[in-house]
Design a protein around this ligand. Structure first.
Ligand code: SF4
Length: 295
C-alpha cells in the first residue's frame, strides 16, 4: 500500500484563511454542508472547530481499544452559520454590515485571542484537514463498513451508498473531521490535497515535521513544522532567552518530539544566517517551489 502525506509549515501560516475559503467554495458550499469545514484554520491556544474537539476522549487508547468519544452538537459546538444585511447596506438603508442573528459560536470564533499578558502574549495558526490516518478511528467505528482506505494512496473515503447515517465515525474521530449532512443523513469528509516531494525528508530524515496529537493513536499523515517562538520580555522590557510559547503546551499538541524538532530548526536557521549551507532551510524556504509538487 502507498500512503500520501502532507506537511504544513506553521511558521509560514498567516491565518489568511485562503485555504479555508477555497475548500469551502469548492467542496462544502452546498445544502446541508453550511456548517462543514473540511479545511479550517484555528488559532492556538484556542477552542478550535468544533469547539473543544480535542477533549472528546476519542481515537485509540494505549492498549489499542477504540474510544467512542462523542458527538459535537449544533449550535453548541459548531455554532450556526449566519448571514449579513448586504442588501440593506447596498440599498443605503443601513450604513454598516450586521449579522442577521446573534451568533454565539462558529469556526475561528476565538481568532487571534491566544494567551499570555502583553507584551508576552502569543498565538499561532493551525490549519486542519482530515489526516487520512494510517489507523483511522472513523473507519474502525463504522458498523456498515462505509469507510475505506484506498489502496493506491491511503486516502480515507466514505462510501455514501453504504453510509446509514449512524455517526459513529464522527464520535470516534478525535480530530472531528467527519461531519454529518443532516439534509442527506450521510457522513461526509474531505478527500486530500496534493502531496509534496520533500515530505519524506522533513518527516523521516530531519524529523522537523510531526503529527498533531500523536497520543490519539490514529497515526495521522498530516505533519506540522512546529512554530518557533518569539522571546519573552522581562519586567524591564528587555528581551530574554525564554520562549514565549510554553514548551508544555507545544508538547501537549505535538508530543515530546517537538522539542528536538524546534532545536533542529533553530540550529539550521543559525547556520543559514551565518551564510553556511542548509538543505533543510532551502527546502522550507521553497527556493525550488515548482519542483516540490511533482509526484
Ligand atoms: Fe478518520 Fe478522523 Fe483520521 Fe480523517 S482524521 S482519517 S476522519 S480518524
Amino acid at each position: 500500500m502507498k500512503q500520501i502525506a502532507m506537511v504544513m509549515d506553521l511558521n509560514k501560516c498567516l491565518g489568511c484563511q485562503t485555504c479555508t475559503a477555497a475548500c469551502k467554495t469548492q467542496w462544502t458550499n452546498r445544502f446541508g454542508r453550511e456548517y462543514m469545514y473540511w479545511n479550517n484554520v484555528e488559532t492556538q491556544p484556542g477552542q478550535g472547530y468544533p469547539k473543544g474537539y480535542m477533549d472528546y476522549n476519542a481515537g485509540w487508547d494505549e492498549k489499542g481499544n477504540l474510544k467512542k468519544g462523542g458527538l459535537p452538537r449544533i449550535p453548541e459546538d459548531y455554532g450556526i452559520p449566519w448571514e449579513y444585511n448586504y442588501k440593506e447596506v447596498l440599498n443605503g438603508d443601513a450604513k454598516t454590515l450586521k449579522p442577521d442573528s446573534e451568533p454565539t459560536g462558529g469556526p475561528n470564533w476565538d481568532e487571534d485571542e491566544g494567551e499570555g499578558e502583553y507584551p508576552n502574549s502569543y498565538f499561532f495558526y493551525l490549519p486542519r484537514i482530515c489526516n487520512h490516518c494510517t489507523n483511522p478511528a472513523c473507519l474502525a467505528a463504522c458498523p456498515n463498513k462505509a469507510i475505506h482506505k484506498r489502496e493506491e494512496d491511503g486516502i480515507v473515503l466514505v462510501d455514501l451508498k453504504r453510509c446509514k447515517g449512524i455517526r459513529d465515525c464522527i464520535s470516534a474521530c478525535p480530530y472531528k473531521k467527519v461531519y454529518f449532512n443532516h439534509s442527506r443523513a450521510k457522513a461526509e469528509k474531505g478527500i486530500a490535497g496534493q502531496s509534496e516531494k520533500c515530505v519524506y525528508k522533513l518527516v523521516k530524515k530531519w524529523k522537523v515535521a510531526i503529527p498533531l496529537r500523536p497520543d490519539f493513536g490514529t497515526l495521522p499523515n498530516v505533519y506540522y513544522v512546529p512554530p518557533l517562538s518569539p522571546p519573552k520580555f522581562n519586567e524591564k522590557g528587555e528581551v530574554t532567552d525564554e520562549p514565549r510559547i510554553p514548551m508544555e503546551f507545544l508538547k501537549k499538541l505535538f508530543g515530546s518530539e517537538v522539542e528536538e524538532a524546534l532545536k533542529t530548526l533553530k540550529n539550521e536557521m543559525d547556520k543559514k544566517a551565518k551564510g553556511e549551507k542548509s538543505e533543510l532551510m532551502d527546502t522550507l524556504i521553497a527556493y525550488k517551489h515548482s519542483e516540490m509538487f511533482r509526484i
